[in-house]
Design a protein around this ligand. Sequence first.
Ligand SMILES: Cc1cc2nc3c(=O)[nH]c(=O)nc-3n(C[C@H](O)[C@H](O)[C@H](O)COP(=O)(O)OP(=O)(O)OC[C@H]3O[C@@H](n4cnc5c(N)ncnc54)[C@H](O)[C@@H]3O)c2cc1C
Length: 273
Amino acid sequence: MSGQHAMPARYRVTSSQGETADTVTLVLRPVDHPIEPHQPGQFTMLYAFGVGEVPISISGPADGPDLVQTIRSVGAVTRALCAAGPGQLVGVRGPYGTDWDVGGAAGRDVLLVAGGIGLAPLRPALLSLLAARDRFRRITLLIGARSPAELLFASQLAAWRERGADVEVTVDRAAAGWAGNVGVVTQLIDRAEIDAAATLALLCGPEVMIRLAARALCARGVAPGSIRVSLERNMRCGIAECGHCQLGPLLLCRDGPVVSYQQAAPLLAVQEL
Ligand SMILES: Cc1cc2nc3c(=O)[nH]c(=O)nc-3n(C[C@H](O)[C@H](O)[C@H](O)COP(=O)(O)OP(=O)(O)OC[C@H]3O[C@@H](n4cnc5c(N)ncnc54)[C@H](O)[C@@H]3O)c2cc1C
C-alpha cells in the first residue's frame, strides 16, 4: 500500500509560524518525493531526526505537495519540531488514518466543535467545506480555548465568517479587552441553532470536551451516527502493527482517528487502565 511506507520521506521546513506561546505551524516541502495525497482529518508521523517520531494531524488544505502541520510543544519530540526553522529537514510518514468525510455531508448542516489544538485537525475540513460552500447548508464552527491568548488561528476567523461560516468563540478565562463569550464550549452548543435531523457534527479536542459536546448534541436530538469524533491515543507505528493505539476493538491509527460517536461512545465510557 503506497501510503503506508515505513520509511519516512524527507521534507524541508519552508516556513515556521508561531500561533500561540506554545504552538507553531510548519509548512513542509518534499525533498525527494511527496507522500500520497491526504484527506481532511488524516495525520502523519513526523520525525524530528535523532529525537523521535510523533503523530501530528495535517492542518492545511490538500492543494499541493506542501504539508501544513500545527504542533503544540508538550514534550521532547514536539519541542524539537516546534523549534525546527526554515531549511531544517524532518521525516514524514503517511498520510494515515480515517478522515472527516466532509464530501458525504452535501446538502446537510455541518457543525464543527473544536477545543484548543483540536481546531488544527478540523481546519482542513472547514476549508474544504468553504471551498464548495454552495453544496452545504449552514456551516457552524464553535471554538473553545483556555484563554484569548491560546485561541488558534485567531486572525483567520474573520475570513471564515466572510466565506459563509458562523463562527463562535468562547474562552475558559477572559483577559483584559476580551468582550466575547466566557465558559465551556458546550454552552455554545446549547445556544446554537441546530436542525438535528440535518446536522453532521465533527468534534475534536480534549477527550472530556468530546464526551460532553457529544452528549449535549445528543440531547439536542442529533443522532450518535451523525456525530464524528477524532480520538487520540499514543501511536507508534501508524500502520496497525504495534497495538499502542488500541481502544477496545479499534486500532486508532488505522480505524481512527475519526470515528462515529455511535461506535466510540461505549468505548469512551470505559476508562483505560
Ligand atoms: C492522531 C493524532 C493526531 C495528533 N495531532 C496533533 C496535532 O495536530 N498537533 C499536536 O500538537 N499534537 C497532536 N497530537 C498529539 C501529539 O502526537 C503528542 O503531543 C506527541 O506525541 C507528544 O510527544 P512528545 O515527545 O513531544 O511528548 P511526550 O514526552 O511523549 O509527552 C508529553 C505529554 O503529552 C502527553 N501526550 C503524549 N502523547 C499524547 C497524545 N497522543 N495525546 C495527548 N497527549 C499526549 C503525555 O502524556 C505527556 O503528558 C496528535 C496525536 C494523535 C494520536
